[in-house]
Design a protein around this ligand. Structure first.
Ligand SMILES: *Cc1c(COP(=O)(O)O)cnc(C)c1O
Length: 454
């Protein structure tokens, strides 16, 4: 067995983690994850943990899929790597592009590959600005995004994102504007949900008029905001966003990094929520996280201009990486063969929704909502009056601590608790997960009573 203390000491000495307070971590030591199967992971002390976050929203087909291992091994033996820069191509990249266009539908013709969501959103911004310049409107540069959006951690990704903590470290690129997120429960719980959706989409139009429609290049949004706390928009929101983008001729980018490849019960989240984006960002679920791959699905409107406009001076060493593309093809084959996307839409998604409707009766739970296999709720002090806990209390962290201790990975975003279990999660496993969630909520409730916070 792995020597936990030894690994933790080396970890602390040499490994700089993403989004981590290293002083805090050094005191208790990182949890060493050593193996995984299906929806479970194990740590070096032998604890079995239900991974209700699919790693970081990515392990859609679950862990331990030999098909993906075999696809990678076969491709690595044959052609591990080659680039597509010098008028060359490779079979897995070509086949994957064709497959993704089939899944995306008639509006799309091309796929540009990268290795991550962040790189793909960088690609988006270069693409839309180049698109407008090619059309003789170079002053159309502004991108409108939303508060609490997450679009990655490169400088473009973090600038597009709406996370103040990220903007405060390293600054922002110019030309990005933010509007408020469509968070019904957090912003206007007493308002009619559908009316709120229309109002929230209207904030885009307001911003367009404020900036000047002839300056705006694109609007970007996650169909369901993920890292911002699983914010599920009212069903009126996306059709109205689409209408506003059409009205002003503005390009629509849907960041499908979480919602794509089945998470919401369709191949792309925008297909469920009623938007027809010009560009779709993907990553994460395209390979179920087994190997890094990302990209942009390019709509015909944009592709035509880019292709006729001559050379687009953009690309990554690993664009169209044959091994990554081979794994993606095998991953999509599993999603198709096992009918996982339909299962989320018709079976596991509705079942989780029913369980979350019941969960809403728990005294600590406010605004419990699901969409496909993502879900969130707020830990709330008083549901009737919408009184939240004191921020300093760190109620989300208290709850997450209990999850950690009880073998459940559930993530805390402030006082919102969120899950995104693998798409292979069965009905019985949803029951198992719900049991753990109740256990952790009850333990949190007890703590809060002891602290006198209730
Ligand atoms: C994770 C994520 C990204 C960033 O992807 P990386 O692969 O970490 O660069 C971008 N957009 C959304 C919606 C994400 O969830």
């Amino acid at each position: 067995m792995t020597n936990t203390k030894e690994i933790q000491a080396i970890d602390s000495a040499h490994y700089m983690h993403p989004f981590t307070d290293h002083k805090g971590l050094a005191d208790k030591g990182a949890r060493v994850i050593t193996k995984a199967d299906n929806v479970y992971i194990w740590d070096s002390e032998g604890h079995k943990i239900f991974d209700a976050m699919s790693g970081l929203w990515c392990v859609n087909v679950g862990y331990g899929r030999q098909e993906l291992v075999d696809a990678a091994a076969k491709q690595m033996a044959e052609l591990p790597y080659y680039n597509s820069f010098f008028q060359t191509t490779n079979v897995p990249a070509v086949k994957l592009a064709e497959k993704i266009i089939k899944l995306a539908g008639d509006n799309y013709s091309h796929v540009f590959f990268s290795s991550s969501g962040s790189e793909s959103n960088d690609t988006n911004i270069r693409m839309v600005r180049h698109y407008w310049a090619t059309l003789g409107q170079p002053e159309r540069t502004v991108i409108i995004s939303r508060n609490n959006a997450y679009h990655g951690s490169t400088l473009v990704g973090s600038s597009l994102g709406g996370m103040g903590g990220m903007h405060a470290q390293g600054g922002m690129i110019p030309g990005i504007e933010h509007i408020e997120q469509p968070y019904h429960y957090g912003l206007a719980p007493d308002q009619d949900r559908d009316a709120f959706g229309i109002e929230a989409a209207g904030w885009l139009e307001k911003k367009i008029l404020e900036v000047g429609a002839d300056k705006v290049a694109a609007f970007i949004g996650e169909p369901v905001q993920g890292a911002g706390g699983v914010i599920i928009p009212p069903k009126t929101y996306w059709p109205e966003i689409q209408r506003i983008c059409d009205k002003y001729g503005i390009l629509l980018i849907c960041d499908e990094v979480i919602c794509g490849f089945g998470r919401l019960g369709k191949w792309f989240g925008s297909q469920l929520l009623g938007a027809k984006p010009d560009l779709m960002t993907f990553a994460k679920g395209v390979t179920s996280g087994y190997i890094p791959l990302g990209g942009v699905v390019v709509g015909k409107r944009v592709a035509k201009v880019l292709i006729e406009g001559g050379e687009f001076n953009h690309g990554y060493t690993y664009s169209g990486h044959p091994t990554a593309c081979a794994v993606a093809l095998a991953n999509i084959e599993i999603l198709e063969n096992e009918g996982l996307v339909d299962r989320v839409l018709n079976e596991t998604g509705p079942y989780l929704a029913k369980k979350y409707a019941e969960l809403a009766k728990h005294p600590l739970v406010g605004g419990a909502e699901t969409c496909g296999l993502v879900a969130g709720f707020v830990l709330i002090k008083d549901k009737v009056n919408h009184t939240h806990f004191d921020e300093d209390l760190g109620v989300g962290m208290i709850c997450r601590g209990h999850c950690f201790a009880n073998g459940l990975i559930m993530r805390a975003v402030g006082d919102r608790m969120i899950i995104a279990p693998p798409l292979v999660t069965t009905i019985a496993q949803i029951d198992e997960m719900m049991g753990l969630i109740y256990l952790c909520l009850d333990a949190t409730l007890l703590d809060l009573k002891k602290l006198g916070a209730l």
